[in-house]
Design a protein. Structure first.
Length: 509
């Protein structure tokens, strides 16, 4: 498949081509050839969905692990909202992604997250759970709020039958924070006052969500109890007995998170918390959530921390036929580790195709795909492309809604991307980390959809989703993670984006 060769189309030509699409009904959700329709990662139309905020397909899993939907201060900004894999499957069945012309979906990480909450800001204003997927606890299980392993399998198979690739967000740099709920569930108690019921603690009227850090948890002693958490061979953390975080990208505690020793080549045993957890998984019969292909890695493999995580992540590919990864915090891990992840995932995808010859997508021949988050990077080629990455997210795509400079923008992108078959970027206008770009969403859609290279649609850009209003000013990233606006879709914007993405796929595939 060729990359986009076109530099600029006038609005009149765009509208004429849109009319042709409508007239001939070139994209319909009843098309029986969707699985084998032309596809290229070079020109991917990738839909980035924060699963928890998209659509609630199964209300019975909304409060898994004892999680609360509304915290004791009345806030929902940092809680799980109920979106799950069943919800994504429902929207797939309804043809939402077909109508939008999407050919790949990027899901926030579905791995099991820490069970409890942390303080959402420096004022302890709200409870912050790992609804976004960046607070991993166990890479070998799917989070119960997301659904079961079988539901993930059904979702991926259905997406493949529609010619849609599935990309998972993956995190290797850090684990989730320690929480009172995890201390209770997994039997480590570094507490100042062990008479407190940590399994259900929530702040009283005169307390806040930071109170437990100041009055309940002991961060200066209980070395033996802290050792029962991740263990000093696995992470850096400002805790008794643990190595403190360093000052460079590889060793720092990014945003205060426990930093996995990804640079270490020393063989280690399974982390203590996972030993305890996996034993409980057996007694509590959690088979529905364990990833079957990962079970062989739930033991001491005597390998380095990064190598465990690479095996755990690639097991999702082997089990479900996942097509690609979006790699979080890429610059905080040695590049060669990403190359190792790419190689293991390629092998795993080949294994899945061989074991499932009659499943949708099994006959596809494209290699496993990886894009990375190198915060702040733009239209630049560097060593990431020689270490497993097929593209890097483009943080510098112009966010203004004027169309006056399209020719200049597209010329630059086309010159750099089309002149090098091993170089591509993934451009976007909104994200969970950099906020929602709003303005003339018709123009913004036109600008993004027809840009050379891959494009990323952040859920709700196409429907003019508004930022969350149920938040506090200190909740930096939360406003951009509001619920999908199913009851208040901007139909004019959605219609325009649907036509443009479909047009983009027709012209450039």
């Amino acid at each position: 498949m060729k990359k986009k060769k076109i530099i600029y189309l006038s609005i009149s030509i765009i509208l004429a081509l849109i009319a042709i699409i409508i007239s001939f009904n070139l994209f319909t959700k009843n098309d029986k050839t969707l699985e084998s329709k032309p596809f290229s990662w070079d020109n991917v139309s990738l839909y980035f969905v924060m699963t928890d905020r998209f659509y609630d397909g199964d209300k019975s899993n909304n409060n898994s692990y004892g999680r609360i939907s509304v915290d004791s201060k009345g806030s929902t900004v940092g809680t799980f909202h109920g979106g799950d894999i069943k919800g994504l499957t429902k929207k797939l069945k309804e043809g939402y992604f077909d109508d939008l012309g999407i050919n790949a979906i990027w899901l926030t990480s579905p791995v099991e997250q820490i069970h409890g909450f942390i303080s959402g800001d420096s004022n302890g204003s709200f409870a912050h759970y790992g609804y976004h997927g960046y607070y991993a606890l166990d890479w070998t299980s799917i989070d119960k709020n997301m659904g079961t392993a079988q539901e993930m399998r059904e979702f991926v198979d259905l997406a493949h039958s529609k010619g849609i690739r599935i990309v998972l967000d993956v995190v290797m740099n850090h684990t989730g924070f320690s929480t009172l709920k995890d201390m209770s569930d997994y039997e480590f108690s570094p507490l100042k006052n062990d008479t407190v019921d940590i399994s259900n603690w929530t702040p009283s009227e005169n307390e806040n969500f930071d109170t437990y850090n100041k009055t309940i948890v002991d961060y200066s002693g209980h070395k033996e109890e802290w050792a029962k958490w991740w263990g000093t061979d696995w992470i850096r953390a400002g805790l008794p007995g643990y190595t403190p975080g360093g000052s460079n990208d590889i060793s720092m505690n990014l945003s205060g998170l426990p930093d996995i020793k990804t640079e270490s080549t020393n063989p280690v045993d399974i982390p203590p918390i996972l030993k305890t957890k996996w034993a409980k998984d057996i007694t509590e019969k959690n088979d529905k959530w364990i990833i079957p292909a990962a079970e062989k890695y739930r033991e001491n493999l005597n390998i380095a921390p990064s190598e465990y995580i690479i095996k755990w992540l690639s097991s999702w590919v082997e089990e479900f036929g996942i097509d690609g990864f979006r790699c979080d915090t890429a610059k905080h891990i040695d590049m060669y580790r990403w190359q190792e992840l790419k190689e293991e995932s390629n092998k795993a995808l080949k294994t899945w195709r061989e074991k499932n010859p009659n499943k949708p997508g099994a006959k596809w021949t494209d290699d496993f795909w990886m894009t990375g988050e190198v915060f702040g990077q733009g239209l630049d080629k560097n060593e990431y492309y020689n270490n497993g990455f097929d593209s890097i997210i483009n943080f510098k795509f112009p966010k203004g809604d004027s169309l006056d400079s399209l020719e200049e923008i597209y010329s630059e992108y086309a010159d750099k991307i089309n002149s090098d078959p091993s170089f591509n970027v993934l451009s976007y206008i909104s994200s969970h980390d950099t906020g929602l770009t709003r303005g003339n969403m018709i123009n913004l859609g036109t600008k993004l959809m027809l840009a050379p290279g891959g494009i990323e649609i952040y859920y709700g850009d196409e429907s003019n989703r508004k930022p969350s209003t149920n938040t506090v000013t200190t909740a930096k990233d939360q406003p951009s993670r509001s619920d999908m606006n199913w009851d208040n879709v901007d139909k004019n914007v959605l219609s325009h984006w649907q036509k443009l993405v479909s047009l983009d796929q027709i012209i450039f595939q």
